[in-house]
Design a protein around this ligand. Structure first.
Ligand code: HEM
Length: 517
């Protein structure tokens, strides 16, 4: 009897402890669940009914969202029509995103224009995160990331730059001879042609433009320019998806028109190569196109269709040409506006290379000031100021805020790279700042991420970096440059124009005088 009373009291105590334990667990879980529910999106301006913050963002979105940072902080919430948007504007927030949440933000928000002809479905650049994208990215990275492959094609890049320097020299001389002009040239006429040739040699082993007046090349350049222009126009459909079926500004229709033209040209190269392979008369090219077609030859469930091969080759032109040529143009503009930096670069080239031979890619590691000029150019003028739009794949808790599934995520690297919290005298062009620090631009230092970071970072960064560095070096080594009409360098118009990349609003012109070696 006594022992049963003891058992009774012991069981009661145990049951009570258990009860408290269960209640504690249950209430604390409930509390944390309700805390989750209480999480809010980040702060941002309240916006107008229906259009939300479209007017706050305006025509210079990278600059206008940067201004909002003072009031709302580095993690900004916007509603662009119906589109929920997160904007990251500090190195610390970018680091948090890439280090802790890279996977969940590895999807892309696909612009409506790029759904034309199902381009997005075959694309690495704008494709949704998934099995196809992983396979295609891995395949392309092994061609575009590997130093050995890039180095093997260095002589062709040198030749493409030689050809551009000759065009510049000839056109400048012709302007003096024929028109009594000053000999000034416009960089934006030559840089895109050179980068197209450079890429086409790397990708499909041929010049796409044989001279600066070539017709086939011009058809490609013209279609590419139109494709880029239409894609740079802000599209109502991206903010109001229910308008998709009307396509009120005709952006998807026009993109489709130029996309088909471009795909026909690239499709011609692909078909030719397949024919050569079939007939056994194949030249030993061993280029990017070969790698894609050989992968296909291996069969398997994730085989690339011919159409996807065409899309991938084409998108490498889109991703690699304007980014590179606009960076080179900004670099020359900064050098001409800062004659001291131009002189230091010229001195470095003269001291390290001398005047008896051309600078080569193998020299780039021995040219620290040139590398610093390239980084400083990319810091002030990132060609993709918001990187490429990401998409949240699920509801995510980010820095104490709730980011709902399907939010568009923009990284304002233009703002991050001008942030006084990260940089001294952030608006001045000072390559010297990189001589004393080890900051590099490849995605590990979050105050400088012109190529992005994480799973969706640029796969052409090594190639792009080399193209920019070598071209700048050769332009400076080969010519003395001055501004037309003896314009004072500090008065140069540095305004920006927003399109698919951040271009210089007023194209850069200058007068070259060939340096005698
Ligand atoms: C100065 C030159 C270049 C710059 C500044 C640049 C910049 C960028 C940036 C910012 C991104 C988006 C990264 C992100 O969302 O985190 C990107 C993506 C990409 N870039 Fe580049 N790029 C350059 C050259 C190139 C070249 C030469 C190629 C290839 C020929 C290339 C191919 C790509 C591809 C395929 C992607 C998409 C990667 C993905 O979504 O998985 N880029 N680039």
């Amino acid at each position: 009897m006594e022992s049963s009373i003891i058992w009774f009291w012991m069981s009661l105590c145990l049951a009570t402890v258990l009860w408290f334990f269960i209640v504690f667990i249950f209430t604390s879980r409930k509390k944390s669940a309700s805390n989750e529910l209480l999480l809010q999106p980040p702060p941002g301006p309240s916006g107008w009914p229906l259009i939300g913050n479209i007017l706050d963002v305006g025509m210079m979105p990278h600059q206008n969202t940067h201004k909002l940072k003072t009031k709302f902080g580095p993690v900004l919430w916007l509603k662009l029509g119906m589109s929920k948007t997160l904007v990251i504007q500090s190195a610390k927030a970018a680091e948090e995103l890439f280090k802790k949440h890279d996977l969940v933000f590895s999807d892309r928000k696909v612009l409506d224009s790029l759904t034309a002809s199902d381009f997005d479905k075959g694309s690495v650049t704008v494709g949704r995160y998934g099995e196809y994208w992983r396979m295609a990215r891995k395949l392309c990275s092994s061609e575009l990331f590997v130093h050995k492959k890039i180095s093997a094609s260095a002589p062709t890049r040198q030749t493409c730059i030689d050809i551009m320097l000759q065009w510049i020299k000839d056109d400048s001389a012709a302007s003096i001879m024929n028109g009594g002009g000053s000999g000034e040239i416009q960089f934006s006429k030559y840089l895109p042609l050179m980068t197209f040739n450079l890429l086409s040699n790397y990708l499909v082993s041929r010049d796409i433009i044989t001279d600066s007046k070539s017709e086939k090349g011009n058809e490609f350049v013209e279609a590419m320019n139109k494709f880029m222009e239409w894609n740079g126009v802000p599209n109502l459909v991206d903010s109001f998806p229910f308008l998709k079926w009307i396509d009120p500004q005709g952006i998807r229709r026009n993109t489709d028109k130029y996309l088909c033209q471009l795909m026909n040209i690239i499709g011609g190269f692909v078909k030719e190569r397949i024919q050569e392979k079939l007939s056994g008369k194949e030249k030993k090219t061993n280029d990017f196109l070969d790698a894609l077609l050989e992968y296909n030859g291996k069969g398997g469930t994730d085989e690339l269709s011919e159409r996807n091969v065409i899309i991938i080759v084409l998108e490498m032109f889109v991703a690699g040409s304007e980014t590179t040529s606009s960076t080179i143009q900004w670099g020359m503009a900064e050098l001409l506006r800062n004659p001291d930096s131009l002189r230091k670069l010229k001195d470095e080239l003269d001291q390290v290379i001398g005047q008896s031979r051309k600078v080569e890619e193998g020299d780039l590691n021995n040219l620290p000031y040139l590398q610093a000029v390239v980084k400083e150019t990319m810091r002030l003028h990132p060609s993709l100021p918001f990187l490429l739009p990401r998409n949240a794949m699920e509801d995510t808790k980010f820095m104490g805020y709730l980011i709902p599934k399907n939010t568009m995520v923009l990284l304002n690297v233009w703002a991050i790279q001008r942030d006084p919290d990260s940089w001294d005298d952030p608006l001045s062009f000072k390559p010297e700042r990189f001589i004393t620090t080890k900051i590099d631009s490849k995605g590990q230092n979050f105050e400088l991420i012109p190529f992005g970071s994480g799973r969706r970072s640029c796969i052409g960064m090594f190639l792009g970096d080399r193209m920019v560095s070598l071209t700048l070096a050769r332009l400076v080594q080969n010519f003395d440059w001055k501004l037309p009409d003896n314009a004072p360098p500090e008065c140069m118009d540095m305004r920006e124009k927003v399109g698919i990349t951040l271009r210089k609003l007023v194209p850069l012109t200058a007068i070259p005088t060939e340096r005698k070696f």
